[in-house]
Design a binder for this molecule. Structure first.
Ligand SMILES: [Mg+2]
Length: 193
């Protein structure tokens, strides 16, 4: 087995972002949403606001106690500790670099000493940074991801994507996209590469 480089998304792959966002939004904006209501990656649809307003609310969440209390996705901690034995692991997040501090605090608390790097591709609320470019520059063998647009873009440049099943990516399929439902499934797949 060779020492491969693996890219891992942060939100909703390593930490349970959507439940936290939901709790934040219900508390701050008086909504009563459940996870079953989250069907799209575009939160402005769920929140009934403009994309700019959704971006502002997201920014507020990053600095809230809800964000500080984000918890790891089930099985993620054990999985990355195991993978780190034979992979070089990199977090590749669409978060903007100005969130490096609040993000690194969570990485340090929940995933200490397992990641070789944290890369901020730079989502700015209006457009998406290119995870495909980041994956190519880093030379990752595979990306673990849940977002439809990033999965498609990375798969399109020939890098396989393990797509973590979520209500917002149910219709995502294609060459180089392998759907997984658990971290155990993801580890199993990577181990066989
Ligand atoms: Mg994500």
């Amino acid at each position: 087995m060779f020492f491969m480089r693996v890219g891992i998304d942060f939100d909703d792959v390593l930490v349970d972002t959507n439940p936290s966002l939901l709790g934040f939004h219900n508390e701050q904006f008086g909504t009563a949403h459940w996870m079953e209501d989250v069907q799209s990656f575009d939160l402005s649809r769920l929140w009934g606001c403009t994309p700019d307003e959704a971006h502002e609310r997201l920014e507020a969440w990053y600095y809230s106690s809800h964000h500080a209390n984000l918890v790891p996705v089930f099985g993620a901690q054990e999985a990355v500790m195991h993978l780190a034995n034979f992979c070089e692991l990199h977090i590749i997040t669409a978060r903007h670099a100005h969130l490096a501090e609040v993000t690194s605090a969570l990485v340090g608390r929940h995933f200490p000493d397992v990641f070789a790097g944290v890369h901020f591709v730079g989502y700015n609320g209006r457009g998406h940074g290119s995870k495909a470019r980041a994956c190519q520059e880093l030379g990752v063998t595979i990306l673990l991801e849940d977002a439809p647009h990033h999965a498609h873009a990375v798969a399109a440049v020939g890098i396989p994507v393990l797509l973590f099943d979520a209500p917002w990516n149910g219709d995502v399929a294609g060459d180089n996209i392998i759907r997984v439902h658990t971290w155990a499934e993801a580890v199993d797949h990577i181990t066989r590469l």
